[in-house]
Design a protein around this ligand. Structure first.
Ligand code: CTP
Ligand code: MG
Length: 237
């Protein structure tokens, strides 16, 4: 069966600051979304890319995709997104045609993921894992705290626990799934979650981790734009 990628790109990018929707902001002159689509289409296994666009930006995204050269082997679809990432991914899944057996979900905000990471995720799903996430060990120690209320911003927060760092992983995308498993997760799980694999975990299905990559970091805050442009410049050098 064939492999498709759903790219949620409908977020505003509030943490990046004022401006165009995050996926449409330029990195070294090219929109972040185009970098992300190219990164996924670089995998020879990917035959379809479904871009979930900002609701008011679907026409603009179609034009952008038409204007940037992409491999002949890859088809494209653009659908408008929803209020949350979870809704946007669901809208992308709803647009998938018959004959797709493996689905990757990849943040437009991770434009620089290397093709080896993409291929590693696809391979693990094709070898039988229903859900695969790329991940890295943490550099920072993580504390669980009792959050200060919104009425006390910046107040000291009591530490509740310190999970053993060596057992923690920071997860990235693309996350890869057996299509039916991911569709069932999105039909069943309704709480707000921050990744797709956690929805599959809630079904009781085993999720596994494969090696992620530093360059698959998420562009979230302004400093991440500086890093992304430096990585691109280094690649060109
Ligand atoms: N996303 C989406 N639909 C939404 C919200 C987010 O498709 N309603 C996408 C974003 O476009 C992004 C990915 O989900 O590619 C990861 O989300 P995040 O990095 O949080 O992006 P934003 O939600 O745009 O950023 P912020 O939370 O700072 O507003
Ligand atoms: Mg967000």
């Amino acid at each position: 069966s064939r492999t498709a990628v759903v790219i949620p790109a409908a977020g505003r990018g509030v943490r990046l600051g004022p401006g165009a929707p995050k996926a449409l902001r330029a990195l070294n002159g090219t929109p972040m979304l185009i970098h992300a689509v190219r990164a996924m289409a670089a995998s020879r296994a990917v035959s379809l890319v479904v871009v979930v666009a900002p609701p008011e930006g679907a026409a603009e995204v179609k034009t952008l995709l038409a204007d940037h050269a992409l491999p002949d082997r890859t088809d494209f679809l653009v659908v408008p997104g929803g209020e949350t990432r979870q809704e946007s991914v669901k809208l992308g899944l709803d647009a998938l045609p018959e004959g797709i057996g493996v689905v990757l979900v990849h943040d437009a905000a991770r434009p620089l993921v290397p093709v080896d990471t993409v291929d590693g995720v696809i391979e693990a799903v094709r070898e039988g894992a229903p859900a695969v996430v790329p991940a890295l060990p943490l550099a920072d120690t993580v504390k669980q705290v009792e959050p200060a209320g919104p009425d006390k911003p910046g107040a000291p927060e009591p530490v509740v626990a310190t999970p053993e760092r060596a057992r923690l992983r920071a997860v990235q995308t693309p996350q890869g799934f057996d299509r039916d498993t991911l569709v069932r997760a999105h039909a069943t799980v309704t709480d707000n979650v921050t990744d797709d694999a956690s929805m599959v975990e809630q079904l009781g299905v085993q999720v596994v981790v494969v090696p992620g990559h530093e360059e698959a970091f998420k562009v979230t805050r302004p400093l991440d734009l500086v890093l992304a442009e430096a990585v691109l410049a280094r690649r060109r050098a």
